[in-house]
Write a protein that binds this ligand. Structure first.
Ligand code: FMN
Length: 362
């Protein structure tokens, strides 16, 4: 990915969904992530000091039901990034912004504010949304073509960030008069931008607008095909776009311990009704995964919302990450059952192996 603000690590790593209870899991284990601010702040500082590349929150407005109602508690992501800007030094702080819920003029100003507070470390993760229960909270009807609105939204944000003189905007979704916005972001021409999607229209949106696509994949060969497809779409738009993978991590001293814990939290202790609700709603309303993934990989949905499992010793996890890098992924997100107790083993065990293999400077 060649955004000027992005550092030199050839394979980026970022922490995903620490702002929400359960993280990305749907489990009932007592150590599940409670997403309390002080613990999140400690995790963000730990990731920052260790040289991880980004901190990426999930955007959620309600929980997934079941026994735990996971993600009911989640911090709003723009104010979340602003808070973390004050206590971190190097790490990129994404805000995950819902196009239909957040007006682009507001989003442009909020992102520029975070970019100043963090001295150029704001990131924008555009999500066009899929969950009708959340749309209902805002009085919004489910959207027919989510990316048509996304394109207008992003054009408005980009024009404000470019510093264009006051402009009118007339589109299908926005009719705006005399739009301006200062301060401009520190990053030029705009903050690092990704969008989270799986479907062909989502890939096209990234190909035309973003620095990278954040996506799900079922296995590395399929991931390789997705990367080729996205690169082709970007090339047709005369652009280069990175592809970020999404993974959940169980790192333990032995392979058997890691697999036993994965089985424990994601099978024996899955939040059954929560997983059913999540899978049912996603299969019906969102194109974020391959159709067969929901039933084939139920454990992955309890384990990490359908992301790819990295389960084993630090060496095994590092080798799997190197396979992702060699397949062409620009990096990955990671998530844990308990970020604070589990991130240290990842940092101490996995990062040195990636550094030795030449994929990371830190
Ligand atoms: C890796 C990944 C992360 C996502 N994160 C969020 C999120 O935080 N909040 C949200 O409402 N939707 C999220 N989405 C859903 C997308 O924004 C999009 O609405 C959904 O994938 C359906 O669009 P698609 O068919 O183009 O993939 C995510 C999707 C993917 C693949």
């Amino acid at each position: 990915m060649n955004h000027p603000s992005w550092n030199a690590n050839r394979f980026k790593i970022g922490v995903f969904s620490a702002n929400a209870d359960g993280g990305l899991t749907l489990t009932r284990v007592p150590e599940r992530w409670a997403a309390q601010w002080d613990a999140i702040a400690r995790v963000a500082c730990m990731a920052d000091r260790a040289g991880l590349d980004f901190f990426l929150p999930i955007a959620r407005w309600r929980g997934f039901g079941g026994e735990m109602n996971s993600r009911e508690l989640s911090y709003e992501t723009l104010t979340f990034a602003a808070g973390l800007a004050a206590i971190t030094e190097r790490i990129t702080l994404f805000s995950t912004v819902h196009v239909p819920m957040v007006h682009p003029v507001f989003a442009a100003k909020a992102l520029a504010t975070i970019d100043h507070q963090s001295h150029g470390r704001a990131g924008l993760n555009i999500v066009c949304g899929w969950n009708p229960e959340e749309f209902g909270m805002f009085g919004l009807p489910p959207i027919e073509d989510r990316y048509a609105q996304g394109r207008e939204w992003f054009e408005i944000v980009s024009r404000i960030h470019a510093g264009e003189a006051a402009f009118d905007y007339s589109g299908q979704f926005y009719e705006l008069r005399n739009v301006t916005g200062k301060p401009l972001p520190v990053q030029r021409p705009r903050p690092l931008t990704v969008n989270a999607a799986f479907s062909p229209p989502g890939r096209d949106f990234a190909a035309n607008a973003a620095d990278a696509l954040l996506t799900s994949f079922v296995d590395i060969p399929k991931g390789r095909e997705q990367i080729a497809d996205i690169r082709g779409r970007a090339a047709r738009a005369g652009r280069e776009v990175g592809v970020l993978a999404t993974c959940h991590v169980v790192c333990r001293p032995t392979q058997a311990q890691a697999e036993a814990y994965y089985e424990h939290y994601a099978v024996a202790m899955e939040d059954t009704a929560g997983v059913d609700h999540h899978i049912g709603a996603k299969a019906k309303y969102s194109g974020s995964h391959e159709a067969e993934a929901y039933q084939l990989h139920r454990k992955r949905f309890a384990g990490g919302a359908g992301t790819y499992p990295l389960v084993g010793t630090a060496r095994r996890i590092a080798e799997e990450m190197i396979r992702l890098a060699e397949a062409g992924f620009a990096g990955t997100t990671i998530s844990f059952v308990n970020y604070e107790s589990e991130l240290p083993a990842f940092l101490d065990g996995v990062l040195p192996i990636l550094k030795e293999a030449g994929w990371r400077a830190a």
